[in-house]
Design a protein around this ligand. Structure first.
Ligand code: MG
Length: 232
């Protein structure tokens, strides 16, 4: 018997962008957020391709690793079929129920957080230039938030070789999981997220409250949030 999730997703174009290049999935076995990049409509196309491919996991016994490989292949095929899509790509942060546990997969600068026992912990590690500086002790996490090159992503899905990171998560009753695009985490700090993610028993209301915080902060980017909890 596999773990099941209760999950709610909210995605908003934000207050500045003309389109929403984020894509999202929230099901009973899989939750996922993708933040597309590329000129014109291609960012939206890339995140859509990847989320549609990952969504097949909801009703299959496939692994995240295989699904990410297949999604990356779909990106490669799309660019081969239409040269205008050259350069498109997307982040991906996803959690899949596997037997009694959860598996996290991550590439890029979207994020996964765990709220447990009143504390918020970031589960994913940003694939960004500034995260590299933090890891080397050159700048602090606070300095990273204001760094001029904070948007520089070192790895995303573009159809070429990738090294996603994977981590198991052992679910516990009362956990809340948050997947979000950088449109949330760049503009709403972790302390505020920690307070808001349990502001209601209704997961949809929590997701909406988080997106509203990004909108109140000006929402220069698309903002996407999935709030989930295990049904144990
Ligand atoms: Mg973004």
């Amino acid at each position: 018997m596999s773990v099941t999730l209760r999950a709610a997703a909210v995605s908003d174009r934000g207050k500045v962008r003309d389109n929403n290049e984020d894509a999202v999935y929230a099901g009973a076995r899989l939750i996922a957020v993708a933040d597309g990049v590329g000129g014109g409509p291609s960012g939206e196309i890339a995140s859509g391709i990847v989320i549609r491919e990952l969504a097949k996991l909801e009703d299959s016994a496939g692994s995240l690793d295989e699904a990410i490989g297949a999604a990356n292949q779909r990106l490669r095929e799309a660019v081969r079929a239409d040269a205008d899509l050259e350069g498109m790509g997307t982040t991906l942060t996803a959690m899949l129920a596997v037997n009694e546990g959860l598996q996290l997969a991550h590439i890029g600068d979207s994020r996964a957080y765990l709220w447990r026992d009143g504390r918020l912990t970031q589960l994913s590690r940003d694939d960004t230039f500034v995260q590299g500086l933090v890891d080397q002790g050159i700048i602090s996490a606070t300095e990273a938030r204001a760094h001029p090159q904070r948007a520089l992503v070192t790895q995303a899905m573009h159809g070429s070789a990738i090294e996603p990171s994977f981590a198991p998560v052992t679910p516990r009753a009362g956990d809340r999981y948050l997947l979000c695009s950088d449109g949330l985490s760049d503009y709403v700090d972790d302390d505020t997220i920690e307070r808001t993610i349990t502001s209601s028993d209704d997961l949809e209301e929590c997701a909406r409250a988080l997106v509203d915080l990004a909108l109140a902060a000006g929402a220069p980017d698309n903002v996407t949030v999935v709030v989930a909890q295990p049904d144990l």
